[in-house]
Ligand binder design. Structure first.
Ligand code: TRP
Length: 367
């Protein structure tokens, strides 16, 4: 797994071991709840499952030192609903902790990485994707979305300070680059690490940073930002890591490169619900068998949609799980239920997304 390629079944326990992160324990979840009231669904269901220094961030907060949030998006195309998972958590944390959010749009990265993407298209998607971010409910006065290409003046001077402290061989081994990689990609990790320190520069004091992100982005924090932070006189950024929403096809995360198996936020709701009806499930080959043996909710991607996004009510989720396992609920009915929920979700999201067009510039950071 690299930030640019996540394939097949993912062993999250192995990632925790390999990356040297910690599980988000019950104890930690309860500690968060002291400030947030009810525990967020994404914590309760262990969709956010791993962290680094989250304890430390909360201890700082307890002592009166507020943290800022940092997350981002690579605007290579339209947003799909899997992208929303970390953003919804980020929105929750902004609301409960009154935190500023810095949101990086890496239109430079996507231009450098995707052979077929030109500059105009990737910056165009910065603005398209920003509408989806805003639709998640962030506060305009506390949210700073920026395009790497447009906000280069401020971010670049931080990036070169980082870059000077990281060797080519480090980047090569962390990101698995081979010698045919273009030199823009070699420098790019410094650009993605820079916003970890941006709030400290803008506010002219050391500010703790918490990054909610899917776990494939961890290389930047572990290998780059946290490695250089002490040398540059900043705090090491803390992280909470989420799992991936699976695609509607057989295994693997939802991916824009397989549009039939991804639900985009701009999809016509009717078409999206058809995609759901065509989804791969882990049902048995015949109805009789399914009645006898039950379905396999634990490994079924469709069940994950309910768990991660579409069924916030724990009791209803539990019911879905047990009726699947007992063979009472068949896949067709289950998918029909999901497709209804997806349709409703998209209609509502698209309404908010339209509204975001009125005030998108209140969110964009310029220099
Ligand atoms: N590289 C990320 C992507 O391709 C975008 C990104 C930039 C990001 N900064 C981030 C994601 C911080 C999470 C947190 O999607």
């Amino acid at each position: 797994m690299t930030p640019w390629e996540v394939k097949g079944k993912i062993d999250y326990d192995k990632l925790i071991r390999d990356f040297g992160t910690q599980y988000i324990s019950e104890e930690l979840i309860n500690k968060v709840a002291k400030y947030t009231g009810a525990v967020h669904t994404l914590f309760r269901r262990k969709v956010f499952f791993s962290h680094r220094d989250f304890n430390w961030i909360l201890d700082k907060y307890e002592k009166g030192e507020k943290f800022a949030l940092y997350t981002g998006r690579g605007p290579s195309g339209h947003t799909h609903i899997g992208h929303l998972v970390p953003w919804l958590m980020t929105q929750h944390l902004q609301e409960k902790f009154g935190a500023d959010l810095y949101f990086q749009m890496t239109d430079d990265e996507k231009f450098l990485h995707d052979t077929n993407l030109n500059l105009k298209t990737s910056t165009g998607f910065t603005y398209e994707n920003a509408l989806d971010v805003i639709a998640c409910g962030f506060k305009p006065e506390k949210t700073f979305i920026f395009s790497d290409i447009e906000y280069a003046k401020t971010n670049y001077s931080l990036a070169i300070q980082i870059a000077k402290n990281i060797t080519y061989s480090t980047v090569k081994s962390i990101f698995g680059f081979n010698d045919s990689i273009n030199i823009g990609m070699i420098f790019f990790p410094a650009i993605q690490a820079a916003p970890c320190f941006l709030p400290s520069i803008l506010k002219q004091k050391k500010i703790p940073i918490l990054i909610p992100a899917a776990i494939d982005q961890d290389n930047y924090w572990r290998g780059i930002a946290r490695a250089v932070a002490p040398k540059l006189g900043f705090y090491k950024p803390a992280q909470i890591h989420s799992k991936f929403l699976p695609g509607l096809g057989k295994w693997g995360k939802m991916s824009s490169s397989e549009p039939e198996t991804a639900i985009f936020t701009v999809d016509n709701p009717e078409i999206a619900s058809k995609k759901v009806m065509n989804a791969f499930t882990c049902g048995r080959s015949t109805v009789e068998e399914q009645r006898k043996l039950g379905g396999q909710a634990d490994i079924c991607p469709v069940y994950q949609y309910f768990l991660m996004l579409m069924e916030p009510d724990d009791q209803k989720l539990q019911k879905k799980y047990s009726s699947c396992k007992s063979g009472e609920l068949l896949c067709g009915e289950c998918k029909a239920n999901l497709s209804e929920k997806v349709k409703k979700f998209l209609i509502e999201h698209q309404r908010k997304r339209e509204k975001a067009k009125d005030n998108i510039y209140d969110f964009m950071l310029r220099d």
